[in-house]
Design a protein around this ligand. Structure first.
Ligand code: ZN
Length: 273
């Protein structure tokens, strides 16, 4: 794909229109909308219109799932409201944006590997978000990947059958989008796009669960006696660190999961290509 400055400008304009629409619909905070405009503009500039559409597909389906009924937010641990802020946008889309910007500069032979990495990062973000939104509603009582024991819904690193199927669904959606784009000639081609992107997305979601169950900081509110991811609970009380590393939060784990998704897709493309 050759860099087209006009397409890049138009990409930023379309991304701004979508993200500030999402801000008006209370799906993104203001700084989240600015960050998403940068990520979306980079996506169109480097990965083309279909690449940008894949990112939009992830964002729209994740936001729609986040609005499904049945999620009792007062009980949900991973809660930070349903509006995504800039840190969350970068945690989910930063790696894809870096891959897209690399595509602008990359020599042609490496474009397939970089585009696979771009798609793998989005697939990992979609898999993880779908798993969270579906698992927290339909997953019942999940089990900790670390201990195998039942834990409260929303606990980081906890898995359920519904959540795992959600992860597979999110990864498959992006895989299908990539395969359609590759067949139609709308994207940089690489080998086995459907299967490869599903595997990359699932690997990212698995990495997210493993890191969430191990390195991610987990706190407990002494006031309400419930587990939480936050240093200050919604009741106002300061929480206590009960496991994990103080500096590793949910956003850091999400970012790492997209790195894994991108790396698995890129390495498989190198290996199979
Ligand atoms: Zn509390």
């Amino acid at each position: 794909m050759t860099f087209d400055p006009m397409q890049a400008l138009l990409g930023v304009a379309v991304a701004a229109a979508i993200t500030f629409g999402a801000h008006a619909a209370r799906m993104l905070t203001r700084d989240g909308a600015i960050a998403a405009t940068v990520v979306g503009g980079a996506a169109v500039a480097g990965a083309g219109w279909w690449g940008g559409a894949m990112l939009a597909l992830f964002f729209v389906t994740s936001s729609a799932l986040g609005r499904l009924p049945g999620d009792d937010r007062s009980n949900r641990i991973a809660v930070r409201g349903n509006r995504r802020d800039a840190v969350q946008v970068v945690a989910n889309g930063g790696v894809a944006a870096i891959c897209a910007l690399s595509l602008v500069l990359a020599p042609r032979p490496s474009a397939g590997v970089l585009f696979a990495g771009y798609a793998g990062a989005i697939a990992a973000a979609a898999a993880d978000t779908w798993a969270t939104e579906i698992g927290s509603r339909f997953g019942g009582v999940p089990r900790s990947l670390r201990t195998g024991r039942s834990v409260p819904a929303g606990t980081s690193g906890a898995v359920s059958l519904a959540g795992s199927l959600g992860a597979l669904g999110g990864a498959t959606l992006i895989g299908i989008a990539v395969a359609i784009g590759a067949r139609a000639g709308w994207t940089v081609p690489f080998g086995h796009p459907l299967g490869l992107i599903i595997v990359a997305g699932a690997a990212g979601a698995l990495a997210d669960s493993l890191l969430g169950a191990s390195l991610q900081a987990a706190y407990r509110c002494p006031n309400c006696n419930v587990p939480t991811e936050r240093r200050v609970h919604c009741c106002g009380a300061s929480t206590m660190l009960i496991s994990g590393c103080r500096y590793v939060d949910n956003d850091a784990v999400n970012f790492a999961a997209t790195v894994i998704g991108a790396a698995v897709a890129a390495l498989l493309t190198l290996g199979l290509g």
